[in-house]
Design a protein around this ligand. Structure first.
Ligand SMILES: Cc1ncc(COP(=O)(O)O)c(C=O)c1O
Length: 364
């Protein structure tokens, strides 16, 4: 790891050549850093894109991408239940600078296509969604976006590049909250963008000036976490599917959201575009929030925290996790029930996790 704010150049001509981009090298770590670059390169290769840049957090990746690529008067089409922080950008910060945001029902592809067909600068997708695991058909919506000349962006945090590659399905840019599965150990924050050279360069320039740069120590931890990414995801895919199937058979569980279940409304799309269905599921309890308040404290193996994608199992309701930034009314409008538990499956033994859920559900 190279942990330095700036890089020394005794030779001014060489310094100038690097500063002007005529020679490879690093000047100042807000702009570029070798450890951050090694992390970017790893994700770039996994996502199969020509260029990548990194950020301090996933939200920095999302906000920098949107603010770098959108101008007042632009129109953007997305869906109702993106991650809570992203929804806040759509509902509050982007309209403030005169960007027209059109959010459509995540479950209705025809409605989303109709909004895109009216013309837009950018199509923003997240699939599977947080926390109700809805699935969007990336190839279909990317084609709709390209028909009107839009840039198509996909938040691939839940799937990870092990399970899904949006660029191969037609997207232009793919974003990760590296805080989640890429890091995988709940000990570091980060974000990353992969995609075409021109758009990534525009976003990189915005980030190097506004300063939401990935810290080199964070980049180092992300690289170390990613050494086990494929192994972790393989286990998490398998355990999450087993747990989702088991939950479906429990009388106190009203609904289970997991793209790997045949009962999922877009299971066919998920099976087509994903190699595995991911480590996150959510389930609704009969008895709503009161039941959630009884069940969550009884879980012995799951951490109750606002995070996901780690080696440890993590559980929580949307009101304190994915959609903590939203009001109860906004959550209701997004179709996110208060009686939901988001369950991010770790790498513990799946039998132990099921036994833990069984004893906790007895309190529901
Ligand atoms: C799908 C998704 N995108 C983006 C983010 C934001 O990432 P970060 O917390 O690293 O800013 C999250 C965080 O939970 C997320 O779940």
């Amino acid at each position: 790891m190279i942990y330095s704010a700036a890089y020394g150049y005794p030779d001014v001509d060489e310094w100038l050549a690097v500063a002007l981009g005529h020679k490879p090298g690093h000047i100042y770590s807000r702009n570029t850093n070798p450890t951050a670059q090694a992390f970017e390169e790893k994700v770039r290769i996994l996502e199969g894109g020509p260029a990548a840049t990194s950020f301090a957090t996933g939200m920095a990746a999302i906000s920098n991408t949107l603010f770098a690529l959108l101008r007042p008067g632009d129109r953007i089409v997305s869906v109702r239940d993106t991650y809570g922080g992203t929804s806040k950008l759509f509902l509050d910060f982007l309209p403030r600078i005169g960007v027209q945001v059109e959010l459509r029902d995540t479950a209705d592809h025809e409605l989303i296509e109709a909004a895109i067909a009216e013309g837009c600068r950018l199509v923003y997708l997240e699939t599977p969604t947080n926390p109700t695991l809805k699935v969007l058909d990336i190839a279909r919506l990317a084609a709709a976006g390209h028909d009107v000349g839009a840039i198509v962006v996909v938040d691939n945090t839940f799937a990870t590049p092990i399970n899904q590659n949006p660029l191969a399905l037609g997207a232009d840019l793919v974003i990760h909250s590296a805080t989640k599965f890429l890091g995988g150990h709940a000990d570091v924050l980060g974000g990353v963008l992969v995609g075409d050279v021109e758009n990534v360069a525009a976003v990189f320039h915005y980030r190097e000036i506004t300063g939401a740069t990935l810290d080199p120590m964070a980049a180092y931890l992300l690289i170390r976490g990613m050494k086990t990414l494929a192994l972790r995801i393989r286990q998490q895919n398998e355990s999450a599917l087993r747990i989702a199937r088991w939950l479906e058979g429990q009388p106190r569980v009203e609904v289970v959201h997991y793209p790997g279940l045949e009962s999922h409304p877009h299971h066919d799309v998920a099976a087509r575009q994903m190699r595995g269905f991911g480590g996150v599921l959510s389930f609704g309890l009969a008895g709503g929030l009161a039941a959630v308040k009884r069940v969550l404290p009884r879980l012995r193996l799951a951490h109750r925290a606002a995070n996901l994608g780690a080696v440890e199992t993590i559980a929580g309701p949307p009101a304190t996790t994915s959609h903590v930034e939203c009001t109860a009314e906004e959550r209701a409008a997004m179709g996110i029930p208060e009686g939901l538990i988001r369950y991010s499956v770790g790498i513990e033994d799946a039998d132990d996790l099921i036994a833990d859920l069984r004893q906790a559900l007895e309190a529901a």
